[in-house]
Design a protein around this ligand. Structure first.
Ligand SMILES: *Cc1c(COP(=O)(O)O)cnc(C)c1O
Length: 259
């Protein structure tokens, strides 16, 4: 959020005050924190917008930083079923554009593409790099991870994808908890059929398993199938959610106790 504010010429909200604000909002809404073990969570959404009158294209003089929280039910009701996603003909973010920050404009442009994908029966869009349309970027709201045939984690790298905290946590868990080899590099669409597992990662779902990718009618089916998560992605999911729930010891600094 700090980086996004700077890129948008908004004053970044100071990090220490941000942490304090999250603590205060969660403490004030303690009654809304769902019971432990229910699978439901308290979703925390910080946001910032300009609130002074401006006509013309220039930064505003006044901004509001707010945090809202809401209880949300378990993301996967009845287990995480693999989804089918499509390769989109739309572009998400230009090289050297704003794809690497969390800005409203990135989601406004994705709505037509997602409504279209849903109407065609797909759960999400995978966007390619607009310059060459050969490399995997990410979906509208989640980064993508792959597992190769040797069980290594392959993570697409690009300057125009959102640096998802979930993806970065998964990379840490893969290396430090599960001893997996992780490679962050450019990933060509043409090599995706060689991978065994695929998942989409973001705060809400943690990891959504992908069973198939539809590339203009050509299906890429992962060997993990359409019934359950692949074994490596399942381990990553179980470890990261175990850390979140407190059943697995967390790395230093990952857990904040709200009194
Ligand atoms: C929010 C978002 C993600 C996921 O980021 P997290 O920090 O893991 O929630 C990935 N891609 C895009 C485009 C996003 O907006």
């Amino acid at each position: 959020m700090y980086d996004s504010a700077k890129r948008l010429e908004m004053p970044p909200f100071p990090v220490d005050r941000f942490i304090d604000a999250v603590h205060q909002v969660v403490a004030a809404n303690a009654d809304w924190v769902p019971p432990y073990g229910s699978g439901a969570t308290l979703y925390i959404r910080p946001y910032m917008f300009a609130s002074s009158p401006v006509i013309g294209v220039k930064p505003a003089d006044e901004y509001q930083f707010r945090i809202f929280v809401t209880p949300v039910g378990p993301y996967f009701k009845g287990g995480a079923k693999p989804i089918v996603v499509k390769i989109s003909d739309f572009d998400r973010a230009a090289p050297r554009g704003t794809g690497h920050i969390k800005a409203g404009l990135n989601y406004a442009m994705s709505l037509h593409a997602i409504v279209t994908a849903h109407a065609e029966g797909f759960a999400e869009n995978i966007y390619l790099d607009p310059a060459t349309r050969t490399k995997i970027e990410e979906t509208g709201g989640a980064n993508i991870i792959f597992v190769d045939k040797d069980g290594n984690l392959i993570v697409p790298k690009s300057d125009s994808i959102l640096p998802s905290i979930t993806r970065r946590s998964i990379v840490y868990v893969a290396e430090k908890y599960l001893g997996l080899k992780v490679t962050e590099r450019e990933v060509l669409l043409s090599e995706v059929p060689d991978f065994k597992e695929c998942g989409l990662c973001g705060t809400a779902a943690v990891i959504s398993p992908v069973g198939k990718i539809n590339d203009h009618g050509k299906e890429i089916a992962f060997s993990s199938g359409m019934e359950k998560m692949g074994p490596v992605i399942q381990k990553l999911y179980d470890t990261l959610t175990g850390i979140q729930m407190g059943s697995i010891e967390a790395p230093a600094g990952w857990i904040h106790k709200v009194e």
